[in-house]
Ligand binder design. Structure first.
Ligand SMILES: Cc1cc2nc3c(=O)[nH]c(=O)nc-3n(C[C@H](O)[C@H](O)[C@H](O)COP(=O)(O)OP(=O)(O)OC[C@H]3O[C@@H](n4cnc5c(N)ncnc54)[C@H](O)[C@@H]3O)c2cc1C
Length: 297
């Protein structure tokens, strides 16, 4: 019987494990090794570790946990249930684990544009988050991908980082006259032609090839198509979700299920490493406080 099972060993899960380990709790962290930013070479916007390789960041975090009673198990968790104050967790190898508290820190996975060539460029010159990668794309020829009217906001936002921004609507023609006027007033170019493929070298976008054969030079692309939960464990446990597909949490990462906490991208808040780690720390403290209350004689 563990005090706490943590599912997900990204920044949220590891930071929670650190606080719980430091509180002398018996903790196990399960991780399937697929953090959301694994496509990227640099983790930006984290004070003291700006630009660090995300894999190095995780390795450093795991090494720091070695001195605490925290077990790290690299396995996929398949199912989790809660009955009468006890969580039961099954991994894919058929092992069963029990705990008093459970933290879900399983993160999200992104929906990519369905474009030939996108996977080789994703995380290097094709991005979804301007706060993570806008600086590195500054003053470049930036494409924003958004079918119908979905790219307007991001195209306008990217003017923050470059004067050269083009919105690609990929064969759709839903922009209204006032949209076009707004984009033009703010210096955003619009390209409605269907995209055939993206071309680049060593992960760096060079051209967007259109269905009319035109090759348009572009150095970076941003998109915003949303993300979904990386695991269905929140659903299995009966968590409440927002209409954006993230789990509803209260102030200290409590979910609607007693003893179940959710931290990081899987939960409602800004989706950045430093926020995920902070939520993990909050959850770690809140879980320990609950255990203290329950054990008080
Ligand atoms: C391409 C890209 C670049 C990014 N760049 C930045 C950046 O520069 N700066 C920044 O602040 N943010 C960046 N982000 C966002 C950042 O990746 C997330 O905010 C952060 O990873 C969230 O941490 P987390 O711990 O919630 O989830 P994750 O880091 O996604 O970790 C979740 C972990 O849970 C594990 N897991 C999931 N399901 C199971 C299961 N069933 N069993 C066992 N383990 C499971 C996964 O394998 C994973 O290791 C980027 C995201 C992407 C996609």
């Amino acid at each position: 019987m563990y005090d706490v099972i943590i599912i997900g060993g990204g920044p949220a899960g590891l930071n929670a494990a650190m606080l719980l380990g430091r509180s002398r709790r018996k903790v196990v962290v399960f991780d399937s090794g697929e953090p959301r930013n694994r496509w990227s070479q640099s983790m930006n916007g984290f004070l003291s570790s700006d630009g660090m390789n995300p894999r190095d960041f995780i390795q450093k975090g795991r090494a720091e946990l070695a001195k605490y009673a925290v077990e790290l198990v690299d396995v996929v968790v398949e199912s989790a249930t809660y009955t009468k104050g006890e969580f039961v967790v099954n991994d894919v190898d058929g092992n069963v684990y029990r705990s008093r508290k459970l933290l879900l820190a399983t993160g999200l996975k992104d929906k990519l544009p369905e474009l030939e060539g996108v996977e080789e460029l994703y995380g290097k010159s094709v991005h979804h988050c301007p706060y993570c990668d806008g600086w590195e794309s500054r003053d470049k020829a930036i494409a924003v991908y958004g079918r119908e009217r979905k790219g307007i906001g991001q195209a306008l936002a990217m003017k923050n980082w470059s004067d050269d921004v083009t919105l690609y609507t990929d064969g759709t023609d839903s922009l209204r006259r006032d949209d076009l006027e707004l984009l033009e007033r703010n210096g955003v170019k619009v390209q409605k032609e269907k995209i055939m493929r993206l071309e680049g070298k060593n992960g760096m976008l060079q051209y967007i090839v259109l269905s009319n054969g035109e090759k348009r030079p572009q150095q970076a692309m941003f998109f915003s198509l949303g993300a979904k939960q990386q695991s269905d464990l929140g659903e299995q446990l009966g968590c409440e979700f927002t209409n954006k597909g993230v789990i509803k949490t209260r102030r200290l990462q409590h979910s609607n299920i007693p003893g179940l906490f959710v931290a990081g991208d899987a939960a409602r808040d800004m989706q950045m490493v430093i926020v995920a780690a902070a939520e993990g720390a909050k959850a770690g403290v809140a879980i320990n406080m609950e255990l203290q209350q329950e054990d008080r004689k």
